[in-house]
Structure formats: structure tokens, C-alpha cells
Design a protein around this ligand. Structure first.
Ligand code: GRG
Length: 289
């Protein structure tokens, strides 16, 4: 039996059009962006939640691939000159550097469409209405009231000082919404969790999503480009408000641990006390890249 990491790679491989299929350059660029890199945190969260809900692995595969595609689309667009203007991602030249800007735009667009195709072409929930809810959930998490909206706030906040509640609002949208959706979608592939347990899972994902961002800010401030596989120290150079600029690095580190502990408490009433999600929470806070 394949482990979760292998299942994710296999599902992504299978879902992406082969590089020789026309338009070959676009398909090659999509595969370049998605395959061979990335921690796959969102797919792993979907597996963790799906396993608690006793979902069939084939169903979780589709959700896991869908959330990773939305994530990669956001990275490819974020790296463009019009946004964060970066040349390195996952240890490789960014898509617009390796290909060109127009191709990078189309890669993002196509990955976003493919994510929704993954959520709708096979049966992922016993109840068809629940599957439509899943499609809606990912649409809301990705759009202007979710990730894209958070990115808009981020772009507007350059050179501003944000207080911690304002930073929280930005990141609940920009980074948190997709992390929350990954857990919610995984859980909805199965039937074993009650509404109360789903709501505990949602609490977990909200807090671990914020912890993820706090750690991202700390790593940007105190890691090297080689370790991160993306340009380090950009937040300070670009005058971006972060948890490190608001709190200092030590308090930001402490906040990440507090958020992780809050997230873990929400798992206590779940089967196996949250199973793999506990280890993922630790990975998110203790990671070095
Ligand atoms: C362009 C619509 C649009 C949104 C962009 C998520 C995002 C919004 C931009 C990414 C830039 C960024 C540094 C966000 C902060 C946290 C984050 C999402 C980091 C990257 O995620 P990881 O660490 O990356 O999971 P890997 O490469 O491991 O998948």
C-alpha cells in the first residue's frame, strides 16, 4: 500500500495533462510548477482529516490534488512581477522565469480550473448535495472572501504597520482559508464525524492555519534562501508587516506554539485524538523550511 506522500504525488501526476498533449508548452509548465517539490502540507491535512472521517483513500486523493493545485496556482501568480516578483520557488526558477509571464498566468488559471474538475468529475461524497457543498467550500476559500481577498489585503498593506488583529484578518484569508478548506474537504469525503466533531476540526484548522503563517514569517526572517528554496528575508526588504515586525522574533515563535496548542486541544474529542493531524500540527510549527 502506498504511503500518503506517494499517493499525493501519484494523484497529481495522473491528474495533470501529459506534457506531449497540446498545448505542450502550457502542460509542461503546469507539470513543472506542481511536480517535484513542495511540502504538500494541504494534501496531508486533507488525508489526516479524511482518515478520521473513515473516507475512502481514492476520494481523498481527489481532494488532496485539488487543494494542492489551488495552492500552486496561488504561488505561481504570487511570484509574478505584478505581485511579489520572485525568481526562486521550491528551489527552482519560478514559472515566469523558466517559461514566460503569459504562460505563468495560464498555468495558474488552468490549475484553478483543474482543481474544480477534480472535485466534480468523480463521486467524492455519498450524498450528491454534500459534494456540491464541497465545490462551494473550495470556491469560497479561494476567492475574494478567501485566499485571493487575503492577497489583495497583503498587496495593499506594503509599508503599513498592522496591529496583530489586522495581521490575523489578512492571514486568516490569505493562508488560512485554503488550509481550513483542505481539512474540511478531507473530512467531508467520509461519514464518520458528527457535526460537533466537524466543528472541532474546523477550530483546529483555523488555529493551525494561523500558526503556519506565523512560522512562515519567522522562517523568512531567520532562515537562508538555500534552506527555504525561496528567497529569504523578503518581508523586511519589501517593508511587509509580519508577525516578526509586530512582535519580534521570540514572541512570534511563542505565538506559533500557543496557536499549535490551541489547535491540538480542539482535537481532543476526535477519534484517536486527531490521529495524524497531531503530528502534522507539530511539523507545521517545528519545520525548518
Ligand atoms: C495570487 C490569488 C493569489 C494568492 C496568493 C498563498 C498566497 C496568496 C501567496 C503565497 C505567498 C506566501 C509566501 C504566502 C505565505 C504562506 C505560504 C502560502 C507559503 C507557501 O506555502 P508552503 O510553505 O509552500 O506550503 P510549499 O512550496 O511547501 O508548498
Amino acid at each position: 500500500m502506498l504511503g500518503r506522500q506517494d499517493r499525493i504525488e501519484k494523484a497529481l501526476h495522473a491528474a495533470l495533462p501529459a506534457p506531449e498533449i497540446a498545448p505542450a508548452r502550457l502542460h509542461s509548465a503546469m507539470r513543472y510548477a506542481v511536480l517535484g517539490g513542495g511540502k504538500r502540507v494541504r494534501p496531508l491535512l486533507a488525508y489526516g482529516a479524511g482518515e478520521l472521517a473513515r473516507a475512502q483513500s481514492e476520494r481523498i486523493d481527489c481532494v488532496a490534488a485539488a487543494v494542492e493545485m489551488i495552492h500552486v496556482y496561488s504561488l505561481v501568480h504570487d511570484d509574478l512581477p505584478a505581485m511579489d516578483d520572485d525568481i526562486l520557488r521550491r528551489g527552482k526558477p519560478t514559472v515566469h522565469v523558466e517559461f514566460d509571464e503569459a504562460t505563468a498566468l495560464l498555468v495558474g488559471d488552468s490549475l484553478q480550473s483543474l482543481a474544480f474538475q477534480m472535485l466534480s468529475e468523480k463521486r467524492l461524497a455519498d450524498d450528491a448535495r454534500r459534494q456540491v457543498e464541497m465545490v462551494e467550500l473550495l470556491a469560497r476559500a479561494s476567492g475574494s472572501r478567501g485566499m485571493a481577498g487575503g492577497q489583495a489585503i497583503d498587496l495593499e498593506s506594503t509599508a503599513k504597520t498592522l496591529a496583530v488583529p489586522e495581521l490575523e484578518f489578512m492571514h486568516i484569508h490569505k493562508t488560512g482559508a485554503l488550509i481550513r478548506a483542505s481539512v474540511a474537504l478531507g473530512a467531508r469525503c467520509g461519514n464518520a464525524l458528527s457535526d460537533a466533531q466537524l466543528s472541532q476540526l474546523d477550530h483546529f484548522s483555523k488555529f493551525i492555519g494561523l500558526a503556519f503563517q506565523v512560522v512562515d514569517d519567522v522562517l523568512d526572517a531567520d532562515s537562508s534562501t538555500a534552506t527555504l528554496g525561496k528567497t529569504a528575508g523578503k518581508d523586511a526588504r519589501n517593508n511587509k508587516p509580519t508577525y516578526v515586525s509586530a512582535l519580534g522574533i521570540e514572541r512570534a515563535r511563542g505565538l506559533a506554539v500557543e496557536l499549535r496548542d490551541d489547535a491540538l486541544r480542539a482535537l481532543d474529542s476526535l477519534p484517536e485524538h486527531g490521529g495524524r493531524l497531531r503530528q502534522l500540527a507539530d511539523f507545521i510549527v517545528l519545520r525548518k523550511f
